[in-house]
Design a protein around this ligand. Structure first.
Ligand SMILES: *Cc1c(COP(=O)(O)O)cnc(C)c1O
Length: 333
């Protein structure tokens, strides 16, 4: 990727003249079966541009209460867009019950903010990166058609979902009006995300990106890495998923850890210290860092959050299992 970045052909993307950005956008649109695509600086920017392009000040957006776009994007839709989020409870598989979804859509009443958009997420980060089924997404599409709503998919890990479900990305993207996905994270590029949708939508989104300060000049040096991400880093995601399962089944055998390994379908492994554990989460993570040189993050709903990717493979998984086993063995033994 560094070599491709060094030798990338560039131009001024604000004028649509960067050949590498244009190549990446065309590739991405083709891959997802959408008319057009837009290169953006981050996943957060992709979601914000999408939401601001679908909905206006005073409109309402329905979103999962633990969705990234609601919980972890600094309230962008409200702070910058004057848009009202309606966060709804989600299930263990990252879905919102369809009847709850339907009854949450505001009537055409002057008391209510007009509901304009439903935001889905796939894979669902807060639910172990669960791949949400295309069947569910199609049912959300039918519902939103009946109420004349748009559907945006936060697909930061869209390709993890497609690979885990063994489904053509075009099929997975078909039910939604727009999709954002990260070139960084699992696909390993240093910077960038893509937003895909119809030509009209992307035309509008390009102006919104400019408003947010996201119009970049010779962005081809970044897009060059994105081209490699799309061409070479998608098929290997199966390895990350296998390594995550390796970790999950290893953890399941460890006394002092609580995890249901059957819930691990992609690359995110959320797990807990057992309820009767004499250790705190901080003690375990401090010892992993100080004694084993391993940095392990914690997460809102669970004690720990581990993610496998190109740089965290089976060797690193074995290292973590070994280190955790040693720490936990000390108190049981
Ligand atoms: C990481 C992530 C984002 C945001 O991406 P950034 O590039 O960090 O801004 C959005 N949605 C989901 C589900 C994510 O995991």
């Amino acid at each position: 990727m560094r070599e491709a970045m060094y030798s990338a052909k560039v131009g001024d993307d604000v004028y649509g003249e960067d050949p590498t950005v244009n190549e990446l956008e065309a590739m991405a649109a083709e891959r997802l079966g959408k008319e057009a695509a837009l290169f953006v600086a981050s996943g957060t920017m992709g979601n914000l541009v999408a939401i601001l392009s679908h909905a206006a000040r005073g409109d309402e957006v329905i979103v999962g209460y633990d969705a990234h776009s609601y919980r972890s994007e600094a309230g962008g839709m409200s702070t910058l867009g004057g848009i009202v989020p309606k966060p709804l409870p989600t299930n263990i598989d990252g879905t919102i019950d369809l009847d709850v979804l339907e009854t949450s859509i505001n009537p055409d009443d002057p008391h209510c903010a007009p509901t304009r958009l439903i935001c889905l997420e796939n894979t669902y980060g807060a639910r172990n990166g669960w791949p949400v089924s295309p069947g569910y997404m199609s049912r959300v599409r039918e519902l939103s058609d009946r109420f004349d709503l748009k559907v945006h998919l936060d697909g930061a890990r869209f390709f993890n979902a497609a690979v885990a479900l063994d489904i053509d990305p075009k099929e997975l993207a078909r039910p939604v009006d727009s999709v954002s996905f990260c070139l960084s994270k699992g696909l390993c590029a240093p910077v960038g995300s893509i937003l895909c949708g119809s030509s009209g939508f992307i035309h509008k989104a390009r102006r919104v990106r400019k408003v947010l300060g996201g119009g970049m000049r010779q962005a081809g040096i970044l897009a060059a890495a994105g081209v490699i991400a799309l061409n070479e880093m998608v098929d290997r995601l199966v390895e990350d998923h296998a390594n995550a399962r390796l970790l999950a089944y290893g953890l399941a055998e460890m006394p002092g850890i609580t995890i249901d390994p059957a819930r691990i379908r992609t690359n995110i492994v959320l797990f807990d210290l057992a309820e009767n554990s004499p250790f705190t989460v901080d003690e375990v993570s401090d010892r992993l860092r100080d004694e084993h040189g391993i940095l392990l993050g914690s997460s809102g709903r669970c004690s720990f959050r581990a993610v496998t990717h190109f740089w965290v493979g089976s060797r690193e998984v074995e290292q973590l299992l070994d280190a955790l086993g040693r720490i936990l063995a000390e108190y049981t033994g």
